[in-house]
Design a binder for this molecule. Sequence first.
Ligand code: PEP
Ligand code: MN
Length: 287
Amino acid sequence: MDTEHCEIPHVGSESPKLVSKGAKPEGTIVRVNRIPIGGNEVVLMAGPCAVENIEQLLETARQVASSGASILRGGAFKPRTSPYSFQGLGLEGLQMLSQAREETGLAVVSEVMDPRQLELVGEHADILQIGSRNMQNFPLLKEAGMSLKPILLKRGMMATLDEFLNAAEYIMSQGNPHVILCERGIRTFESATRYTLDLNAVPLLKQMTHLPIIVDPSHGTGIRSLVPAMAKASIAAGADGLLMEVHYRPDEALCDGSQSLYPEDLKKLTLEIEKVAEAIGRSLYKG
Ligand code: PEP
Ligand code: MN
């Protein structure tokens, strides 16, 4: 595949149309309240893997805001491998996210796992996240397509870029054009890291689609000490933003503590990301 507008490879006869670069060569900017995702400014989203309690969320959110990030992440419905692991606080967690947004002014992104959760999560979050495990949950994608909310669609951990783009096409085909793609690592033979962050996907997706692309280096590595390097590499590769896990006390986290940054790590990293962005003619969105 060379070409400027790379054709999306496909097996069947139905190739994705709405997501393709050719449909909108100038690129899409997804606006989350006043925050432009996909423009010249890179946008930072950070927060705990899961909302655990009000102190954890507010303390982490304050640190996220003071670091220069503009969007708070936090799951209230968690897709856990084991049914015995912490499943999230549900409605209570969503209410805490609303409180954190009110207090800090940060926008909020939170996950939906079931079509029946969209309305409720949409009352408390500015962006609805569809996680890796649900990238091909077609009823969920269709329901998200009927919403007007921005959708953060994560790449399935075993999905090709063709499958990823077709998942985005499902959402767009129902009428919702506000889709943000997120590379979060894929499964490979390598077991030294949790996943293999596929940074090839960033410049390639930029050729294939007009949709904004962000990267999650937290799940992509699974290892806190690798997150800063891969975050900077993501911006250098052309990502429009980052989704990162940060926790006020990572050692006490109920979920993904070992890949969560300490608040001071995020502060230092933000300054470095700003320099990387500037080196490629972009800047950091600061609100
Ligand atoms: C998350 O962002 O909390 C999450 C569960 O990520 P993923 O769907 O990429 O595993
Ligand atoms: Mn997580």
